[in-house]
Design a protein around this ligand. Structure first.
Ligand SMILES: Nc1ncnc2c1ncn2[C@@H]1O[C@H](COP(=O)(O)OP(=O)(O)O)[C@@H](O)[C@H]1O
Ligand SMILES: [Mg+2]
Length: 324
């Protein structure tokens, strides 16, 4: 069997609010094969970040993993203590976010911030740690690394700040990098450079990557395999070329038609009428049914199972039958 870096099985994560349980991640399962880049796409609010934060065990109150399993190379993360989990973060799994400003300390030089990560996880001197930082700065394409080492975050461009974040995430050569909308705040030229950089790091260091995006175009560039999420559930999953050649779920098709308009109007899917259902009060049937042009009676009655319609291609839709 193919070696897996990460296996997520039947994960449920909810927010327990005064109004009730918000099912942000609803029975989600996926694998990340070694050295692969997998994409998670879907509109804003569909559970992408909460899936990532569950893997990192970085959920803010009142969010909680309700059930399911998350394993990195056979190590069950849901069973670890908080202390064990903080060793896993940075060392085995790293995460980068859309806006690096919120994750960087504004009053500390960026070089020092990356150096601290090295000192936390490795038994090296400050001198050696600094050398490592300069080396990784070069690797992630930060020119004049010695000079940049001494800069504060606000002195760098958005693209450079994201490179610093990637350097910080990669310096311990983690098994898995989770990138949550890493290029959304950047212009398209810089976006292309950052995506290229992530691909190179995967090739060179062998880190597996989960790339989260609301933009199918970005995912198509980089990913080997794609998972489409809607209202907390995975609704379609397939190898990238298969998904683009042969999209099946009406939601995936809508997303594909929206690639251009999404870039203009953040998060608004004008090709699919209606809005994402309230996660507090999900319909009994398919969550996409109220917006779907292919709906039938069955869609109102029960949630479709994720079923295989071609090898490795799974769809959660009553109207998408077995091919062949
Ligand atoms: N702090 C919170 N309190 C309550 N509900 C939340 C909170 N954060 C997120 N949610 C719920 O979780 C859902 C999924 O959020 P998220 O994973 O951030 O979506 P996205 O796909 O945009 O990353 C949201 O639609 C929202 O209903
Ligand atoms: Mg998000």
């Amino acid at each position: 069997m193919e070696k897996m870096t990460l296996q997520v099985n039947d994960l449920c994560t909810s927010f327990f609010t005064d109004k009730g349980e918000i099912k942000a991640v609803n029975h989600v399962s996926f694998d990340v094969p070694k050295r692969s880049i997998i994409g998670i796409v879907g509109e804003s609010g569909c559970g992408k970040s909460m899936t990532a934060r569950s893997v990192m065990r970085l959920l803010k109150y009142p969010g909680k993993i309700v059930s399911g399993s998350i394993a990195i190379e056979d190590k069950e993360l849901t069973a670890l203590t908080e202390a064990e989990m903080s060793n896993v973060r940075g060392e085995e799994i790293s995460m980068i976010f859309q806006e690096p400003m919120t994750s960087l300390n504004p009053v500390m030089k960026v070089g020092k911030q990356v150096q601290e990560v090295v000192l936390l996880h490795r038994k090296v001197t400050k001198q050696e740690a600094k050398k490592e930082v300069i080396r990784i700065f070069e690797k992630v394409g930060i020119s004049e690394p010695e000079k940049r080492y001494e800069c504060y975050p606000h002195e760098l461009s958005g693209g450079l700040r994201q490179r610093v974040m990637i350097a910080m995430a990669m310096i311990c050569r983690p098994k898995l990098l989770i990138a949550d909308e890493p290029t959304t705040a950047l212009d398209v030229t810089v976006e292309a450079q950052i995506l290229e950089l992530m691909k190179n790091l995967r090739d060179e260091i062998g880190t597996s990557i989960i790339l989260i995006s609301h933009n199918l175009g970005v995912v198509a560039e980089l990913c080997d395999y794609v998972h489409v999420m809607y209202a907390g559930r995975i609704v379609e999953q397939a190898e990238t070329f298969e998904l683009f050649d042969n999209p099946k779920h009406p939601y995936t098709i809508g997303l594909m038609n929206a690639v251009d308009s999404l870039e203009k109007k953040q998060g608004v899917l004008d090709t699919i009428p209606g809005t994402v259902p309230n996660l507090l009060d999900l319909p009994e049937g398919c969550s996409f049914e109220p917006r779907c042009g292919k709906r039938c009676e069955k869609c109102v009655e029960c949630v479709p199972e994720l079923h295989e319609i071609a090898p490795g291609h799974l769809v959660r839709c009553h109207a998408c039958g077995q091919e062949v």
